[in-house]
Every structure is written in C-alpha cells, then in structure tokens.
Design a protein around this ligand. Structure first.
Ligand code: GDP
Ligand code: IMO
Ligand code: MG
Length: 426
C-alpha cells in the first residue's frame, strides 16, 4: 500500500495518534485533513508522552513531511503554542506544510463557542470549547478567513473588518466579549510571522506526491459517529471525520487512497453529550476509566465508558467500507471478570443492526448483549499474537465475526512498542 487512511470508528479517542505514529515510521508524508485542536492525540515513546492537537502525529518521525491540509480549521496561536510546547519536550524538526486553503480559527470563534454552549444550557453539545463549530460556520457562510489570507496584510484586515461586523453583533446579543480588528491583529502577530514560511498550496504538493508514488498516511481526527452528516447529530462535531471525506479535504482524487484502516477501542467511550446505548456506570465504568486513563487529552473531562457496540461498528464499517482494523486498549479489559458485547438493538420490538438516524430513536434502543470471560492477567508486555491468553484471542475472534472485519493490529499499551502486528497494513 502506498497510501493509507486512518478512521476512528467510535466517538473519537480510539488511539488514532498511536497508530499514525506507528505508520509514520515508514511513511514519507502524514496528513491531517479536517478538524482542529478539538483533537487530542497522545503518543508515547519509551515513557515520554506527547499530546498533539493540530500537528499531525508524524511529527516525532524525522524526515516525514507533516501536512495540515485544506479541510482543517487552524488556530494559528494554538499551533504556535503547540510547536513551542513540543520544542520544550525536545522535538527539533518541524517539517510541516500548512494549507493556504485551511480555515483560520480566531479568538472570537472561541468566545462564540462559549456563549452558545452557555445559552443552550441543558441542550448543550458539550463541545471542546475550541471554537470549531463557529469557525466551520464562517467557512460555510463565506465570511471566514483562510490561512493564505494571513500572508496579505491589507486583505486580512479587510476580511476581518467584514467578518467582525457580523460576529460582534452576534456576540453582543449573547452578552459575550466583542473584538476589534486591531486586537485580533495583535493577537495574531507572532503566529503570522512564525507560520508564514510554512503556508503553501498543499493540494498541489499532495497531488504530485501521489503521482510520484510516495508513501502517505492520512491521519483521522475525531470518530465516525461525530460526523456532522452520519454521526449522532446534533451531538457531533462540525466536519466529517470519515475517510471518504479526505479527497475533498485535501484536493486529491478518490483513487488516491489505497486502503482505510479503522481504529477501534476494545470498549466504547464518548466525551460530551448525546446518546450512548451501551454506556456503563458504577464500579465497572470506574474500573475501565481508571485503567484506561479515560480523561480527555484536550479538556481533561472524564470520558463516558461503555461496552463494544456491534451495530454501531457495522454501521461505520459499512459507510466507509472498512475491512482492516486496529484493536486498541485491549490490555484495559483485564480489570473486569466478564466482558459484554452488544450484538444488536431492539426498538419497538423490532431488531436492527445499525444506528438509527435520530437521537430520539437511538436513545430508545435496547441493546442485546452476549458475555465472554475476561483473561484477568496483564497482557501489556506481550509482543506476539500467539502468546495472548486464549480468552483474549476468543474476544478478538468474536469481534471479527460479529463486525465482519479483520483485526490486523492489536494494541496492548500506550507505548509504540506495545503493539502486536497480525498483518501488515502499510
Ligand atoms: P486519539 O484521539 O484517537 O489519538 O486517542 P487519544 O490519544 O485521545 O486517547 C487514547 C489514549 O489511550 C491515549 O492516552 C493513549 O496513550 C492511550 N492508548 C493508546 N493505545 C493504548 C493501548 O493499547 N493501551 C492503553 N492502556 N492505552 C492506550
Ligand atoms: P480526537 O481526534 C473525542 C466531541 C466533543 C463534543 C463534540 C463537538 O482526539 O478523537 P467540538 O469541539 O468538535 O465542536 O465538539 O465532539 N469531540 C471529540 N471527542 N475526541 C475528539 O477528537 C473530539 N473532537 C470533538 O467532545 O462532544
Ligand atoms: Mg483524542
């Protein structure tokens, strides 16, 4: 495979960063194509932990070009902070290319995110508070700014003037802070200067790279169920994390992606609001949350925890055509005696094996479960599939059978080395 796309199959935080970093050791280019710093991708190398939000997860691999492509929403100030933070952790090479078409996320988007969530009260989405929705709205309503605009001071000021004329009215209506053009220009000054040399037409670069047969890994952010169209709307993000959205978000033809690898946690998690049919509470949820360190990378919120949900996984595999899967955080499930898997839903007495389109229906589904025994032993040091406990192998086989996918990689710890390969995918 010359190119591979990574897609989160649940509600995000499946371990995409770890897999991207793993693939990056043999990639020439790693590409983030949508979302912004709502993403939080953790990578561990020999006990050192790196938290990436806007930078692609190829950044720790020397020689890899890391592209922030067209469909992203980029907060330049946050990007500069992230670069400084990684420099502080000893990362020296920032071989990055930033799309001139990517949207610019500005301080007023963050303020709009805050005041809107507050206004929604109980109906809030539970966003990451990074301004993602308001920035994508501006893109769609054509009052947004693009990274290329940062290079043209006069035009940038004009765009800010027209954008703020609308945004400040909205902020005033919500009682939020309003912004002047000068204030925004001052806030952007350092980031504009620092980032300018990296801003270019990444779609031309990527089309040439594909033509030249370069090895490219497209890193997913968020998860399929957070897709604005196919996710659990309205409890979703404002873009599409599906691998099938990558061509539009990078300027590449459909044929540019050779395979899509689905990233699946051995159980389910979700941050923010919205229905979650297999959600757990009580001691089991706490045990899994504690062992899996299930607290958000971005917001530090405790993640909601539940069992694996086959109707949901089949729905996602069907939308994108996922056949190959990385099963992540399997080591976590040794804290329970019995593991449950939701095999189907019942709604109004009818059996369904997909996600209904409305959250009202999804909130009403009754999951049907089967149980399998856990292995109750530490598997985090195991490096070969054959050496895994029998109950562990049986759980993997069951997931493959129920979802119709092939589990090619099994992850048994956060570190790069805690990875078992059953079949090379890239
Ligand atoms: P992403 O957003 O999909 O990149 O995932 P996150 O980084 O937000 O969350 C996944 C978390 O699980 C991170 O803290 C990883 O370090 C950690 N992790 C990844 N794979 C494994 C694994 O196999 N076992 C354990 N215990 N932790 C893992
Ligand atoms: P990674 O890439 C988990 C969720 C938020 C909220 C909803 C909308 O680390 O998997 P937003 O700020 O995007 O408007 O929030 O989407 N969300 C994520 N949840 N992982 C993510 O990214 C997420 N990005 C957004 O919690 O429910
Ligand atoms: Mg994450």
């Amino acid at each position: 495979m010359a190119t591979v796309a990574i897609e989160g199959m649940q509600w995000g935080d499946e371990g995409k960063g770890k897999v991207t970093d793993y693939f990056a050791s043999r990639a020439e280019i790693v590409v983030r194509s949508q979302g912004g710093n709502n993403a939080g991708h953790s990578i561990e190398h020999h006990g050192v932990r790196y938290a990436l939000q806007l930078l692609p997860s190829g950044i720790l691999n020397k020689g890899v070009v890391n592209v922030l492509a067209d469909g992203m929403v980029i907060n330049p100030i946050a990007l500069l902070d992230e670069i400084k933070r990684l420099k502080g952790q000893g990362v020296e090479e920032f071989n990055i290319k930033i799309s001139n078409r990517a949207s610019v996320l500005l301080p007023y988007h963050i303020e709009l995110d805050r005041v809107r969530e507050a206004a929604l009260g109980k109906a809030k989405i539970g966003t990451t508070g990074k301004g993602i929705g308001p920035c994508y709205e501006d893109k769609a309503s054509r009052c947004g700014l693009r990274m290329g605009d940062l290079l043209e001071e006069e035009y940038l000021i004009e765009r800010l003037e027209s954008s703020l004329a609308i945004k400040n009215r909205e902020l005033a209506a919500f009682g939020g802070k309003q912004f002047t053009v000068q204030e925004v220009m001052d806030a952007l000054k350092e980031a504009r200067e620092y980032l300018a040399p990296y801003i270019c037409d990444t779609s031309v670069f990527l089309r040439n790279a594909v033509k030249d047969g370069k090895k490219i890994c497209f890193e997913g952010a968020q998860g399929a169920l957070l897709c604005i169209t196919h996710g659990t709307y309205p409890y979703v993000t404002s873009s599409s994390p599906l691998a099938t959205a990558i061509p539009v978000n990078t300027g590449l033809p459909l044929t540019a992606i050779d395979d899509v690898v689905g990233i699946m946690k051995a159980y389910s998690t979700r941050v923010g609001e919205g229905p979650f049919p297999t959600e757990l509470d009580g001691d089991i949820a706490k045990a899994i949350r504690d062992k899996g360190h299930e607290y958000g990378t971005v917001t530090k919120r405790p993640r909601r925890v539940g069992w694996l949900d086959v109707p949901q996984l089949k729905y996602v595999a069907g939308i994108t055509g996922i056949k190959h899967v990385c099963l992540m955080l399997l080591d976590v499930l040794d804290v329970v005696d019995e593991i449950k898997i939701c095999t189907e839903y019942k709604i109004n007495g009818k059996v369904i094996d997909y996600i209904p389109s409305t959250v009202m229906e999804l909130a009403r589904v009754e999951p049907t479960y089967i149980s399998v025994p856990s292995w109750k032993e530490d598997i985090s040091g195991i490096t070969s599939y054959d050496a895994l406990p029998e109950n562990c192998k049986a759980y993997i086989a069951k997931i493959e059978e129920l979802t119709g996918t092939e589990i090619c990689m099994v992850s048994v710890g956060p570190d790069k080395d805690a990875t078992i390969i059953r079949k090379e995918m890239f």
